[in-house]
Ligand binder design. Structure first.
Ligand code: GLU
Length: 305
């Protein structure tokens, strides 16, 4: 398997030249577009990796499924479903998605920014400091890595420039979809996006979702199996931004990408995959990362369809 991953990197690396690293968060522009890593954790216990799989990057939108899990753990399915919809918006992740002077929970989903900002308010905790701490703890538990930390520079860079997210959060407040102080909620969201991970962490988090809430060789469930079904279904329809349909056809597994260049893929019951290659396509997905997943899906028969 390590060989297959190395070959996949070799074959797909050139695609990164067709993409661009994100620059709307200034600190992300410092990424090296040539970095490329893949890690896979399979249910038979095998761990395979290749390339820059220990290089760290910010989780960005891949925190959204973790946020959703935390919201589910703290509030249950009914409450979360009533406040954040599950329909694909078909629009970019940061779209101002409201119509006819109203904004309803069905206009958003957990994988777009508005939904994720709303979910920050649902994390249990007496303060936003505590809410973020709990989210960080869940990320560490899912990844089995206690050393996961915040990238302070990316956090401050986004906090300083994230005015589109500010606009989205104030809209949520205007339409009574969040009650708390907007800047506090946003601070939690910006911190969440700036959690630093590597491909190995993403493979572990993906594996836990593939394995219905249990980490490899652990009996204890981190979350109930029904939450895995909920999260994986939404990843399938909305996880790859407005490229989710195309990804479903070409790769066919639940996945989430982030503008930091990461992709986490979940192959239910079989494996978790983490990929990092920071040059993005026009929708915000890692361009070489998607190619690599297409190749792996073909060679390992990963599509669930
Ligand atoms: N922090 C980023 C933002 O809100 C996350 C976007 C992404 O990875 O899709 O713009």
């Amino acid at each position: 398997m390590d060989e297959l991953l190395e070959k996949t990197i070799e074959e797909c690396a050139a695609f990164s030249k067709k993409g661009k690293v994100a620059s709307y968060i200034p600190e992300l522009e410092k990424a090296n577009p040539a970095d490329f890593g893949i890690a896979i954790l399979s249910s038979d216990g095998r761990f395979s990796r290749a390339g820059d799989c220990h290089k760290r990057f910010t989780i960005q939108s891949i925190v959204k499924p973790v946020l959703l899990l935390q919201a589910l753990l703290d509030n249950g399915v009914e409450y979360v479903r009533a406040h954040v919809g599950v329909e694909a918006t078909g629009k970019p992740f940061d779209a101002i998605n409201y119509t006819e002077q109203s904004l309803l929970s069905d206009h958003i989903n957990p994988m777009v920014n508005m939904g994720a900002i709303a979910m920050c308010t649902m994390i249990g905790g007496g303060s936003y400091e505590e809410k973020f701490r709990r989210l960080l703890d869940l990320t560490r538990r899912l990844a089995g890595n206690d050393s996961i930390e915040l990238d302070e520079r990316v956090y401050l860079s986004e906090k300083r420039t994230g005015n589109k997210n500010r606009a989205l959060a104030y809209l949520l407040k205007t339409y009574n979809m969040i009650e708390d102080d907007v800047e506090e909620v946003l601070d939690c969201y910006f911190r969440a996006c700036s959690i630093q991970v590597d491909c190995v962490d993403l493979a572990h988090i993906g594996f836990t979702l593939a394995n219905h809430g249990r980490r490899m060789r652990e009996e204890e469930r981190i979350f109930p199996a029904e939450y895995a079904s909920y999260v994986n279904a939404i990843l399938m329809t909305c996880g790859m931004y407005d490229g989710s349909g195309d990804f479903a056809v070409k790769v066919g597994v639940p996945a989430k990408s982030g503008v930091g260049g990461g992709i986490m893929a979940v192959v239910p019951t079989r494996m978790g995959i983490g990929i990092f290659s920071p040059a993005l396509d026009e929708k915000g997905n890692s361009i070489a990362g998607i190619r690599a997943l297409e190749t792996l899906s073909r060679k390992l028969y990963l599509s669930i369809f």
